[in-house]
Design a protein around this ligand. Structure first.
Ligand code: FMN
Length: 330
């Protein structure tokens, strides 16, 4: 059997399968079952910049309310019903998961601008997080903001988080950069140790009867995996950062493809939400059998075997192949 143990961000993992950031953070029994089924680490859901800024404002309002009685001025601040878990309960949850699970627990921050909120990374480290995953969910919508300005802002956020903690920081990126390898080089300089590829953009769903956007979360399918495979295969050997695949991993073969592209670990969310922790056992079994059948003794042997740098025919990743493919369609 292939040895599935691996190292991610300097942490020893018994398998490359990681429970990705999701509401499973709130279900300790499910997380324990995932770990029993072979998960090598767990990522908590995110604490959001907006949530942390709102908390800070609420604290100021509390102090203000003792000195001023200007109710009208205070009413300008929106009351947040958006986030159920405040930063205190998040940190308590983190401590509980640390005590209850015998695999690394990774906390997650989600934001797009520098500011006091990034200081919560320090509290996460103090509460026992083994690493921090920084999600830069930042869909560009302002025609006045250039790619360069946006990227500089994102790099400043990475730097602000990374320089405050001694635990490793991985960065969860969107697939939509004009020059992903150059931006990735910037993230490494800014202090990132790992990449999570890719963020899954909000999948809009429209309610045509009500003529509005529906808030329903659409889970992924394996069809979303190839975008990840391409990004990871292209970057393997060209970045010093370790890579996690996230998005579209539903089977052991999906996980094997991500590892062969160059991923060190593979995150799973939708499969677990749809099928429960049984999905972790299934994917773990399928992955182990597939890699053994292929003759790999360990993950280091398999990692990147089909990347752009190592594939027996690396041109299959390139533009020329794309042109041939389109012309060859029958
Ligand atoms: C209900 C739900 C909640 C999620 N919450 C977070 C979150 O708090 N932070 C985050 O970085 N990603 C979050 N994600 C994204 C997942 O971590 C993951 O990147 C995405 O679902 C793609 O992986 P999958 O195809 O295995 O589902 C969430 C996804 C779902 C479906």
């Amino acid at each position: 059997m292939t040895d599935l143990a691996t190292r991610w961000l300097g942490l020893e993992l018994r398998s490359p399968l990681v429970v990705g950031a999701s509401p499973l953070t709130d279900d300790l029994d499910a997380l324990k079952a995932c770990v029993r089924a072979g998960a090598g680490a767990v990522v908590m859901h995110s604490l959001f910049e907006e949530q942390l800024v709102e908390e800070q404002m609420a604290a100021h309002r509390f102090i203000d309310s003792r000195t001023h009685t200007d109710a009208e001025a205070r009413s300008f601040f929106p009351e947040s019903e958006l986030f159920e878990m405040g930063s205190d309960s998040y940190l308590q949850r983190l401590e509980l998961l640390r005590q209850s699970l015998d695999v690394p627990v990774i906390a997650s921050l989600n934001g797009i601008s520098t500011g006091g909120w990034t200081g919560h990374a320090v509290e996460m480290e103090a509460a026992g997080a083994h690493a921090i995953e920084l999600n830069l969910y930042d869909p560009a919508s302002d025609p006045a903001e250039t790619a360069q300005t946006l990227e500089q802002r994102q790099l400043a956020v990475i730097n602000a988080v990374a320089e405050q903690v001694s635990i490793p920081v991985s960065v969860k990126l969107s697939p939509f950069y004009s020059a992903l390898p150059a931006f990735v080089a910037g993230t490494e300089k800014a202090g990132a140790r790992g990449l999570v590829l890719f963020n899954r953009f909000y999948q809009p769903e429209m309610d045509l009867d009500a003529l509005e956007l529906s808030r329903k979360v659409v889970l992924s399918s394996s069809a979303e995996l190839p975008l990840r495979l391409h990004g990871i295969a292209m970057l393997f050997g060209r970045t010093g950062l370790e890579m996690a695949a996230s998005g579209g991993v539903h089977t052991g073969d999906d996980a094997a493809k991500a590892l062969l592209s160059g991923a060190t670990v593979v995150q799973v969310v939708s499969a677990l939400l749809a099928e429960g922790p049984r999905a972790m056992a299934r994917i773990h079994g399928e992955l182990g059998r597939r890699l053994s059948d292929m003759g790999y003794r360990d993950l280091a042997e398999a990692r990147g075997a089909l990347s752009m740098a190592n594939a027996p025919n690396s041109r299959t990743w390139e533009r020329l192949n794309y042109a041939r493919l389109l012309h060859g369609w029958t």
